[in-house]
Structure formats: structure tokens, C-alpha cells
Design a protein around this ligand. Structure first.
Ligand SMILES: Nc1ncnc2c1ncn2[C@@H]1O[C@H](COP(=O)(O)OP(=O)(O)O)[C@@H](O)[C@H]1O
Ligand SMILES: [Mg+2]
Length: 360
């Protein structure tokens, strides 16, 4: 199994990892590689660097796939996740009628939940993924996940709303039996106060109104959450962990892999991005050259060479350790390029590097 096989065969690829390692870049390059193989690929990006977004034609915030023209036989489309717009779509899909839609969308508590509740972005990324997958328009959907320290935030995300709706206190809050409500007033008050600390003060009435407006939609949300969870767990779905060889982020990568394993999940691939390019001279030979060149005009060159060789060897050692943490995963190494990845040409280079990797 190689990275190329994953791109060629899977229906869904989820790129996870901490922020700044190159997740968005990897997700976009992966979708591009699929288009080069003739597949119809869509990538859901989260907050791409502005120049990459411009290069991909998603400079203006769009929540629907924009097709990117290029020299590939398949289709490449990209979109930038708009959490609020996606949440609004979800509400529209589940609501019984327009009145219920308006009641929810106009509710101030909803506006807070759909924009600033922690986990909402993960939740909507999964929703978008499920929506694109179900549309039948795409052979492969690649998702870039929000930066988080917890690999499982994404897996837990579909349950966000059902957990809220399952809450006993919520059930009592919407209970028509006012006597019961009064009896549990204090407990309910505590929960609402906790919620209000998260989403801002002065929301108690809005929250109750919000939950009341949601009545009748619980089952739909639960079914949807179950369906998206099965999609994430399906064999046709691959999790790709993006990491960098620097010591600090590598620790995070190991933590991610451990968390995934604890949840009985596997990373199908680990992309180690921004590897220092290895030179034709090893550490010992570089040190020798440094000694030989010392005192000559080329002394600076000798030092730079030795430093680089030592740093590259450090990368290799650390990657070796990561390899042992994920023995079943395909490894793909992508070198540090001389420039940022902000245009289609450079992205094409990353796609080529990913699919050329032999996997060990
Ligand atoms: N292999 C690479 N070589 C050079 N620059 C890279 C490479 N991979 C990513 N970058 C650059 O690093 C920055 C962060 O990458 P990005 O994909 O946005 O990370 P993330 O989504 O994980 O936060 C971007 O400016 C990107 O162009
Ligand atoms: Mg990103």
C-alpha cells in the first residue's frame, strides 16, 4: 500500500494533525493528485492561507465547491468551510417547515452555537464531508480538519448536537409541565449558567426558546450523527496524519496516533511534511569536510554543510520513532520546499511528492 493507492482507492480522506504542519496543503495536494488520476475530487479546506485560496479560486468565502481548471483528466474542486452557512443548511434539512427554520435561525442562542461553540467547526466539517459524499458528485472527498490537539474531537463532533439534545436537563427545560420545571429549576439553572458562560451572558431565555424550537428534530439529528459516524469508520475512509519532523510537533503527532489507537481507529497514512532535504553526504563525511575546510575561504560552507547534515539526521531519527508508533501506516515524506505553497504549480509539486513516495 502506498499513498498513491489511498488517493486512487478511497472515497474519503481526512487530514488531521496540529496547526501549522501543512494540513491544508496536504489536503489540497491530495485532492489534486486524485484529479490527476482521473477522479472527481473535492477538498474541504479550513481557513487556507490567502494566497493558496486565491490560487485555488476560493478567495471569496464560498461554502460550495469551486471547480479549479488545470491540466488533469479528472475534476478538482475546493471549498472553504463556512461553519455558520453549513449549520444553517443542516437546520433547513431537518426542520419540518419554514416556520421552524426561521425560529431557529433567528434565535440568538443558535447564532452563538453555530459560530462560536467549541467543536462546531469540527461538527460542520464532518457535515460538509457527509453532504459532499452523499451527493454522488465526487469520487473522493478530502477534508482538512480544524487545528486541535485532540484527534478525537473530529470523531466526536457528529454527536455534538445529539448530546446536547439528549441531555436530561434539556428535556426538562422543554417540558410542558411547568411544575416539573419549577422543581428542577435550580439544577436547570446551573446548566444554563454553565452554558451561558460558554456562549455569553443573557442567553437563558434564548436557550430555552432554542431548545423548544428544536423539538421534533432530535431523531433526524441522531440518525444523521449515526450515519456520519459510520462514514468516518468505513473502510473507504482513510485518516491521514500530517506531522512535521521538528521535535515539538512530533510529540503531538505521537499523541494523535495514540488517541486514534485508543479509539480503535488507525491512521492509514502519516505524511511527514517539511523534511530537510537529505544531502549526498552523511553526518560523518560532512564533519570531515568541515575540518578539512576550516581556515580556508570555504570554511563557512563546511560549517553549513555539517549543520544541515546533523539536522537532517535528527529528523530521520525522530521519524524512525514515529514509524514504530504507527507500524501499519503508509509513510509519505515531503521535503521543505524553497517557497511557501501558494500557487497551483507548487501544489502540483507537493502532489507529485506525495504520490511518488514508496511508503516506507
Ligand atoms: N513542504 C513545504 N515546503 C514549504 N512550505 C510549506 C510546505 N508545506 C506547507 N508549507 C507552508 O507552510 C504554511 C503552513 O501550511 P498549511 O498547510 O497552511 O498548514 P496547516 O493547515 O497545518 O496550518 C503555509 O504557508 C504553506 O504554504
Ligand atoms: Mg490549515
Amino acid at each position: 500500500m502506498t499513498y498513491r493507492d489511498l488517493v486512487e482507492q478511497r472515497d474519503v480522506i481526512v487530514c488531521c494533525g496540529t496547526g501549522g504542519v501543512g494540513k491544508t496543503t496536504t489536503a489540497a495536494a491530495t485532492a489534486m493528485a486524485a484529479a490527476q488520476m482521473g477522479r472527481r475530487a473535492a477538498v474541504v479546506t479550513i481557513d487556507p492561507a490567502k494566497r493558496l485560496a486565491d490560487a485555488l479560486g476560493i478567495g471569496a468565502l464560498t461554502n460550495d465547491p469551486t471547480v479549479i481548471d488545470g491540466p488533469w483528466p479528472g475534476t478538482l474542486a475546493a471549498l472553504m468551510l463556512d461553519t455558520k452557512a453549513t449549520f444553517d443548511d443542516v437546520v433547513r434539512r431537518h426542520a419540518a417547515d419554514d416556520t421552524q427554520v426561521d425560529r431557529i435561525l433567528d434565535n440568538r442562542f443558535y447564532v452563538n452555537v453555530s459560530t462560536s461553540l467549541s467543536g462546531t467547526q469540527d461538527y460542520m466539517a464532518v457535515e460538509k464531508l457527509a453532504e459532499l459524499h452523499a451527493s454522488g458528485d465526487w469520487d473522493l472527498v478530502v477534508v482538512d480538519t480544524p487545528p486541535t490537539r485532540d484527534a478525537l474531537a473530529f470523531l466526536e463532533a457528529p454527536k455534538l448536537l445529539t448530546r446536547l439534545l439528549d441531555n436530561a436537563i434539556y428535556k426538562l427545560l422543554i417540558s410542558p409541565q411547568q411544575g416539573v420545571l419549577r422543581a428542577v429549576n435550580r439544577a436547570a439553572g446551573t446548566v444554563v449558567r454553565q452554558l451561558s458562560r460558554v456562549v455569553g451572558a443573557d442567553v437563558v431565555d434564548d436557550a430555552i426558546e432554542f431548545f423548544q424550537a428544536f423539538q421534533g428534530m432530535e431523531d433526524g439529528f441522531k440518525k444523521r450523527a449515526d450515519a456520519t459516524l459510520s462514514l468516518l469508520a468505513a473502510d473507504a475512509t482513510a485518516f491521514v496524519l500530517v506531522a512535521s519532523p521538528r521535535a515539538d510537533t512530533l510529540g503531538e503527532a505521537t499523541y494523535f496516533l495514540d488517541r486514534l489507537r485508543a479509539a480503535d481507529m488507525r491512521a492509514a497514512a502519516v505524511v511527514v511534511n517539511r523534511m530537510l532535504p537529505s544531502l549526498s553526504v552523511d553526518v560523518d563525511r560532512a564533519a570531515e569536510l568541515r575540518s578539512t575546510l576550516a581556515g580556508t575561504d570555504a570554511a563557512g560552507l563546511g560549517i553549513a554543510l555539517a549543520d544541515h547534515a546533523a539536522a537532517a539526521a535528527g529528523d530521520d531519527d525522530r521519524i524512525g520513532e514515529l514509524l514504530t508508533t504507527a507500524p501499519d501506516a503508509v509513510f509519505a515524506r515531503v521535503p521543505l520546499l524553497p517557497s511557501d505553497v501558494h500557487d497551483v504549480d507548487t501544489l502540483t509539486q507537493i502532489a507529485a511528492l506525495l504520490t511518488a513516495s514508496t511508503g516506507v
